[in-house]
Design a protein around this ligand. Structure first.
Ligand SMILES: [Zn+2]
Length: 226
């Protein structure tokens, strides 16, 4: 939060100040040398405060949701709130309530419009896969699949092939990595790869910033024609 210039404070300016360990909305009534006469609005109380130490912030509020880009982490969207100085976590994109603890947050009334951009095609596809297995199948598949394509299961076989899987790859894993597949809840690894293929063939992917990307168009085409 920006600290405002001490000399620019005029009567009528609304400030947030820390008074008795709580944030309060107040308005400047009068400037008296180095001290300001302040009215704490909700307490209907007058106090006198020296404001040259920056122990205040200018009150502001938005009249519509703030457009803000989120990061995607552990299945949640996170935004950095410059009022609370911490991250707020959300499950869905678009319009959301502010999760600020203070009613004086500039976002309290209209919240945020949460936007999102993928950093890579891999991130985009895995994001979609998580959503797909969570709502349509079994979310354990996501863990098996991640371990497979990160090389924690079956050496680097999965990471070398991602994102273009076929039935031949499934048959190879079935044969060569039979025990690993068995240890994944008795066949969960194969099921996770099958579901990735099924998602690519049938699911409407959320692409956000990748709608016009030629590489992802090729991947989608590959699955639709197989
Ligand atoms: Zn906040």
């Amino acid at each position: 939060m920006k600290i405002i210039n001490y000399n620019k404070l005029k009567p009528g300016t609304e400030l947030l100040i820390n008074y008795k360990n709580r944030l309060h909305l107040c308005t400047i009534v009068e400037k008296l040398n180095n001290t300001y006469k302040l009215l704490i609005i909700n307490l209907d109380t007058i106090i006198y405060k020296n404001l040259d130490k920056g122990n205040y912030i200018k009150y502001r509020k938005y009249s519509e949701p703030l457009n803000i880009y989120a990061i995607y982490e552990k299945f949640y969207y996170k935004i950095y709130c410059d009022f609370c100085h911490k991250y707020h976590t959300y499950e869905k994109l678009g319009k959301n309530y502010a999760h600020c603890s203070s009613p004086y947050s500039p976002y309290a009334k209209h919240g945020f419009n949460i936007l999102f951009k993928f950093n890579s095609i891999k991130e985009c596809l895995l994001h979609n896969y998580y959503k797909y297995v969570l709502y349509h199948k079994n979310n354990y598949y996501y863990t098996y699949f991640i371990n497979f394509i990160n090389g924690d299961l079956c050496d680097n076989y999965g990471s070398n092939i991602f994102p273009l899987f076929t039935i031949d790859h499934i048959n190879y894993v079935k044969k060569k990595y039979k025990d690993i597949n068995y240890n994944c809840s008795n066949g969960g690894l194969i099921a996770s790869i099958k579901n990735f293929i099924l998602m690519m063939q049938t699911y409407k992917l959320q692409l956000f910033n990748y709608e016009n990307n030629t590489e992802i168009k090729k991947i989608i085409k590959y699955y639709k024609s197989n």
